[in-house]
Write a protein that binds this ligand. Sequence first.
Ligand SMILES: NC(=O)c1ccc[n+]([C@@H]2O[C@H](COP(=O)([O-])OP(=O)(O)OC[C@H]3O[C@@H](n4cnc5c(N)ncnc54)[C@H](OP(=O)(O)O)[C@@H]3O)[C@@H](O)[C@H]2O)c1
Length: 294
Amino acid sequence: MKYYQLTVFGDPIAHSRSPQIHSAFAQQWQASMVDPQVGIHYTRTLASRGEFPELLNAFRALGGMGANVTVPLKELAWELATTRSPQAELAGAVNTLVRTEQGWHGENTDGIGLYVDLCDLHVALKDADILLVGAGGAARGVIPALLAAEPRTLVIANRTLERAKRLADVWQSERANPRQIPVSASSFSDLAQNETPWAVIINATSSGLQGERPPLPNAILQHRPFCYDMVYGAAPTPFLQWASEQQCPIADGLGMLVGQAAESFYLWTGFRPDRATVLHDLRASIRANEKDAQ
Ligand SMILES: NC(=O)c1ccc[n+]([C@@H]2O[C@H](COP(=O)([O-])OP(=O)(O)OC[C@H]3O[C@@H](n4cnc5c(N)ncnc54)[C@H](OP(=O)(O)O)[C@@H]3O)[C@@H](O)[C@H]2O)c1
């Protein structure tokens, strides 16, 4: 039996759901084979920025075939990748590494993960006015996929306006944004005067992890946009609670997590897993854990 040695690097990492998701994918993969001769061995690796380059080399020396990379290492993984996909190149962040003869190929599957989840949720992005809240690694990672869906406009709002401006600047050139979809930056407070009829609002900040929501004006919910929070949990995040109170449809980022993992798994193995059953089981296990903790 041959085993694919896979891992997820990050700090912190103990909470990562990736081993659970990829084990479920591996079971589907094996069930699809008449005579399963391959399996996966997927671990968690705690790595600070300083330790990551050495730990990645050590993982390779032990036969590592691929890795996921999470906070705070995605930008560093971009630097360490010997080749990069066009999406990863533009995003400036890598969440998936695939072993090659020369080194590591860097991909960013967060964008496709978000995109497939929004498709599953029947959220139309084409010709939509999209508000992306946040300008960190997650926001960077999903912009290529959002623009590929051809929205009418994309506005990036962030607590630190300068960061949103720098990110919006990346998408002004024809090379990065061939359809020249308008991409601009905004502060949270300026959104109160912005009369755009938002169709989709994506919270790509980590505010939900702190039990907070970005201080966004109520006016942005006037047209009942679809509100998505990349953070997930047993209960809706404060951002989703707020949107739900204003009668907006909502979803959390668990489907994105499974979607980005499915794309990584495909890159490593060539097998496309069924996301729906894994998402269903993961949701159930998160809720059960929450109940046990109460
Ligand atoms: N579901 C998934 O598959 C998936 C995938 C990737 C990421 N995520 C989640 O997405 C979140 C962001 O990840 P990241 O990699 O972009 O993190 P990051 O690079 O650290 O960026 C954090 C972002 O959140 C903003 N922020 C933090 N606390 C805030 C608050 N209280 N109010 C308003 N804005 C706040 C920051 O604003 P400033 O620039 O002003 O500091 C920045 O824009 C994380 O919670 C991560 O778990 C989920």
